[in-house]
Design a protein around this ligand. Structure first.
Ligand SMILES: [Zn+2]
Length: 282
């Protein structure tokens, strides 16, 4: 059975001029719908759910429009958009679905910018982290976005129920994730390293964790590793099939949350390819 796509067109309502703009998700949605995926709508996360990860003061400031940096504007009502995107991750976690909601989340730490990084990199609330915390499950987080998820690492560093694995381009924003630290396993890869090296590295990373320990797999699914995108590792549509296959072979209850990926045509095609690989092997 096909994985359900979590989406609401409400997420298109901000940031038309920004690289993290509505088109990337709108086009991806239209491609996935045309391929027969069932689309389900999320509800906004509650403040209690957000507080499992974020501090009250940060939430308050975000709501008041007081948090802004050069990458991550204080759009009107951004708190509501971000809260609905967290709701997407929560629903995906409950139904084993794939949330394509925006804004993305993996650079957002407890109080915004994480691990001493200057900007929040288009992220406001850490969608996936809230879903993992709220599930209460022992979770393996696989971050396949082309940037290091410094927010997610900050939130789960030393947290016993979670291991975090990230493959990302280096050097690039945010500059963290250059070494492995306890339960946070990081692989920094050179730009455009290509599918072969990427998949070999991913297999090596999976070999470093004991999958039997985990009840759930949560994937920070960014597609800016696609050839030519913001953190290109030179990957093409068929490489995401292989990646989905490796995750399916873990035979765990899994869910997926969109992070980056800035060309909608690629994002839609890559998600379909990834999910076909996952579904054939889970
Ligand atoms: Zn990214």
């Amino acid at each position: 059975m096909k994985t359900k796509i979590v989406y609401s067109e409400k997420c298109l309502g901000y940031g038309t001029w920004h690289v993290e703009g509505p088109q990337r998700v709108k086009v991806a949605h239209d491609i996935l719908e045309s391929k027969g995926y069932e689309i389900v709508k999320p509800q906004p996360a509650t403040e209690d759910e957000l507080l499992s990860v974020h501090d009250m003061e940060y939430l308050w400031n975000l709501k008041k429009g007081l948090v802004e940096d050069p990458d991550t504007p204080a759009y009107d009502n951004i708190f509501e958009f971000a809260r609905l995107s967290v709701g997407g991750a929560l629903l995906a976690s409950k139904i084993g679905g794939f949330s394509i909601m925006r804004p993305p989340g993996h650079h957002a730490g407890r109080n915004g910018a994480a691990l001493g990084v200057y900007t929040r990199g288009f992220c406001y609330l850490n969608n996936l982290a809230v879903a993992v915390k709220e599930s209460g499950k022992r979770t393996l987080i696989l971050d396949i976005d082309g940037h290091h998820g410094n927010g997610t690492q900050e939130i789960f560093q030393g947290y016993k129920k979670v291991s975090y694995v990230s493959l990302h381009q280096s050097p690039n924003y945010p500059g963290t994730g250059t070494f492995t630290e306890g339960n946070c396993i990081n692989f920094a890869l050179p730009p455009n390293c290509g599918g072969k090296i990427y998949i070999e590295t991913f297999e090596k990373a999976l070999g470093m964790v004991d999958a039997d320990k985990f009840e759930s797999v949560a994937v920070s699914a960014g597609f800016d590793t696609h050839m030519g995108d913001l953190a290109s590792l030179g990957l093409l549509e068929q490489d995401y099939f292989q990646l989905g296959k490796l995750i399916g072979q873990l035979k765990k209850q899994s869910f997926f949350v969109l992070e980056g990926g800035y060309v909608g045509e690629n994002v839609g095609g890559d998600i379909d390819s990834f999910l076909r690989g996952y579904e054939e092997n889970r």
